[in-house]
Design a protein around this ligand. Structure first.
Ligand code: AHG
Ligand code: MN
Ligand code: MN
Ligand code: MN
Length: 335
């Protein structure tokens, strides 16, 4: 049976839910097309000589990969002419990118991580792209957008998603009506609906965390992970598995499909910058998807989506995934 295309899915969502206005539908189609182009570029990077470092340090203090910069350009280029966005922000750009004056301004703002898991790109492991969409402040058309316009809690997102460039090339997104997965059919270059209303499977005892940071964690995190490591004879009475892929997109996709919990918690190396992951274009969009799929997304004992951002590249501690497992972890913070 023919699978639904992304376009058919979005047209039907628009018909059923007024929460999908035409401009947002166009934005999602444009982002999907840009992610397809990024996916092809990532897959061809070895033969096309596009691996390796750009030779620049980004605002995060990270060495940029060439693909970080190329994917960022592809997303800017794809989205600035359409009239659906007022401005964009990215992990790879110091400050915001208002839509150039030669194009009409739209009513949305988009934040993105063009290549998530960059350290994987030179060793042929999965990477992704993450995007988050909010409605711009009503008065934005009469002025130049500012960083402050982007500083909204993640609860205000109207759409979020990721592309995963792995053994399959996938697009997973939500417009607030559940989580939907599309697979790229390379013969036609078309995104086809392969997963509807994804729900995090319960009961998978598997955690994703970078264990090498253990000495830097807070006591509650250390004791939870130690209890997981103690297995079925320990306080949690279960053996736990562990996975860590180096790409949040890949880890979160696995959690959406087979359960478990993902953690990149606060660590003492940089006490003011809670954790490594960025709130606006990693934790918020992924937290939106996790909640839409029945899970929980917390920083220590408060929900990520309700954090009021203070800065564009603000970092946050992250615990998200299976509802029961996150609640179990919350118990360690209350103990
Ligand atoms: P990015 O490549 O966009 O900078 O993000 C990498 C993030 C996230 O994707 C991943 O879960 C985490 O960094 C891995 O961190 P470690 O290398 O410290 O394990
Ligand atoms: Mn990075
Ligand atoms: Mn990232
Ligand atoms: Mn990145």
């Amino acid at each position: 049976m023919r699978r639904k295309s992304l376009t058919q899915f979005l047209v039907e969502q628009q018909r059923e839910h007024e929460s999908l206005p035409g401009q947002l539908r166009l934005l999602l189609e444009v982002v999907a097309r840009a992610c397809k182009r990024i996916g092809y570029t990532v897959n061809q990077a070895g033969t096309d000589g596009l691996l390796g470092d750009e030779g620049a340090i980004n605002v995060q203090g990270e060495a940029q990969k060439r693909l970080d910069v190329m994917a960022n350009e592809m997303l800017l280029e794809a989205n600035e002419w359409g009239g659906h966005l007022a401005a964009m922000a990215s992990e790879e750009m110091d400050t915001i990118h208002p839509v150039p004056n030669r194009y009409p301004m739209g009513e949305y703002l988009m934040m993105f991580d063009p290549i998530d898991g960059s350290s994987n790109v030179d060793v042929a492991l999965s990477v992704g792209t993450i995007f988050s969409v909010v409605e711009a402040p009503a008065d934005i058309s009469g002025r130049t957008p500012t960083e402050a316009d982007f500083l909204m809690p993640g609860r205000r997102q109207v759409a979020a998603g990721y592309a995963l460039y792995g053994p399959q090339t996938l697009l997973v997104l939500s417009v607030g009506t559940g989580v939907y997965e599309f697979s790229l059919d390379r013969t036609m270059g078309a995104w086809e609906l392969t997963g509807e209303n994804l729900r995090i499977p319960k009961g998978k005892r598997e955690f994703a965390i970078n264990m090498s940071n253990r000495r830097h964690w807070s006591e509650p995190v250390r004791s939870y992970i130690d209890d997981c490591m103690a297995g079925k004879d320990g306080p949690l009475g279960h053996d736990y598995g562990m996975r860590w892929t180096g790409s949040m997109v890949a880890d979160i996709h696995r959690i959406l499909k087979r359960g478990g919990v993902f953690m990149y918690p606060w660590d003492s190396r940089n006490p003011n910058a809670a954790g490594k992951l960025r709130l606006l274009y990693e934790a918020n969009p992924m937290g939106f998807l996790i909640e839409q799929a029945g899970g929980l997304a917390y920083e220590e004992n408060h929900t990520i989506l309700d954090i009021q951002p203070q800065a564009l590249h603000q970092r946050v501690g992250v615990t998200m995934g299976d509802r029961d497992e996150v609640e179990r972890i919350l118990g360690y913070f209350e103990a």
